[in-house]
Ligand binder design. Structure first.
Ligand code: SAH
Length: 223
């Protein structure tokens, strides 16, 4: 077993210095969740190198750690929220979110995360179990651009794959007052991480957050 504490603390210090993360609870979630449990076994030594890692031979990636922590800030998380993620991949982002919203036993949130690549579903489930977070995160097999109506509406929706548009079913499944975060733009180039607030049934507020590089969103409303 490698002890990653020092490498992890160095990354945290760097993120704080660079102003990547502002919310202390995002840092705490990063500290608590072992990223080494979510990277493919042959890449464990790279768990705290600040870059994306490929997920076996699926063509998919687990995002760089700084991106995953920035997403926590973008989502404005708090205890008790119900969250939908599109693109479970390794399960790591869902685990970070769960750690941020489930720490209060009297006000526990839940993460539902949808994955379209069949071999990643078991991988994500096993990783979450290893990390003791399988009761706080449900991994669902399917096309996440259709959302997961069974548990709608959601306080927050996060897409971790880049799409051409906000899938309409996701907007419908977002609560009024809720936040949806999505990388918008063409795959292979930079995309714009975009935050959308649903102010009421017909009114949204859109903000551009940062330039990012994500794998393409597939499915009915993807590429
Ligand atoms: N959040 C993941 C990394 C995401 S990589 C993590 O923390 O590891 C993007 C993931 O989105 C890939 O696993 C890809 O298969 C998945 N994906 C792409 N389009 C999708 C869709 N329409 N529905 C569900 N998952 C999708």
């Amino acid at each position: 077993m490698i002890d990653f504490t020092e490498q992890k603390e160095r990354l945290i210090e760097y993120y704080c210095q660079m102003g990547y993360v502002k919310d202390q609870s995002s840092i705490e979630a990063f500290r608590c969740v072992p990223r080494e449990n979510f990277v493919p076994p042959n890449q464990i030594s790279l768990a705290y190198i600040d870059r994306p890692l490929s997920l076996m031979n699926t063509g998919q990636t687990i995002s760089a750690p700084h991106m995953t922590v920035m997403i926590l800030d973008y989502l404005e998380l708090k205890a008790g929220l119900k969250i939908l993620e599109v693109g479970a991949g390794s399960g790591y982002q869902a685990a970070l979110i769960a750690s941020a919203i489930c720490s209060d036993p009297l006000n526990k949130g839940h993460v539902y995360t949808v994955e379209i690549v069949p071999e990643l579903i078991k991988f994500a489930q096993n990783n979450l179990k290893k990390s003791g977070l399988n009761e706080d995160v449900t991994v669902i097999s399917g096309d996440g651009t259709l959302g997961y109506p069974e548990q709608a509406p959601y306080d927050r929706i996060i897409l971790t794959a880049a799409g051409p548009q906000v899938p309409p079913p996701l907007m419908e499944q977002l609560k009024i007052g809720g936040i949806l975060v999505i990388p918008l733009g063409r795959p292979g180039l930079w995309q714009q991480m975009t935050r959308i607030r649903k102010l009421d049934e017909n009114k949204i507020k859109e903000e551009l957050l940062s330039s990012v590089a994500f794998v393409p969103l597939r499915g009915k409303y993807g590429y």
